[in-house]
Unconditional design. Structure first.
Length: 128
């Protein structure tokens, strides 16, 4: 009886799953439009993010390669729709840990006054 009820519920479960996937597709496309390429950042030899005031572009980071700086893109990014889906799944999976991976996408500089208002520091992995 329980098995029959579960089997009969499968179409309804797939309908809910399809609605969720379409909903996440919309947010993934929005994430690609807003954040594509913005999670790339410069890191030093120890793997720490170099502050935006020191290095603000890829060319500056690569020019300082003698300091072992490198331009990198984290695994979780919005460079394409599939990566956007994975980023959204990360948010759903571990909602409390989203601050650990979103910081590379927050530029600290004159173009982003709201980041300074929120008191965000690049390189920190936990919110204040």
């Amino acid at each position: 009886m329980v098995v029959n009820a579960l089997i009969q519920a499968i179409p309804a479960i797939f309908n809910v799953l399809l609605v969720c996937l379409v909903f996440w597709l919309i947010f993934s496309i929005m994430g690609v439009n807003l954040f594509s390429g913005r999670f790339k950042h410069c890191i030093d030899a120890e793997g720490l993010t170099v502050h935006y005031n020191v290095v603000s572009s890829r060319n500056e980071c690569l020019a300082l390669s003698y300091l072992n700086y490198s331009w990198t893109n984290p695994k979780i990014n919005f460079d394409n729709v599939l990566n956007g889906y994975l980023a959204l799944f990360q948010v759903v999976r571990a909602a409390a840990d989203w601050a650990a991976w979103h910081l590379p996408g927050v530029p600290i500089g004159p173009a982003s006054r709201w980041a300074a208002t929120l008191n965000v520091e690049v390189g920190k992995t936990t919110p204040r």
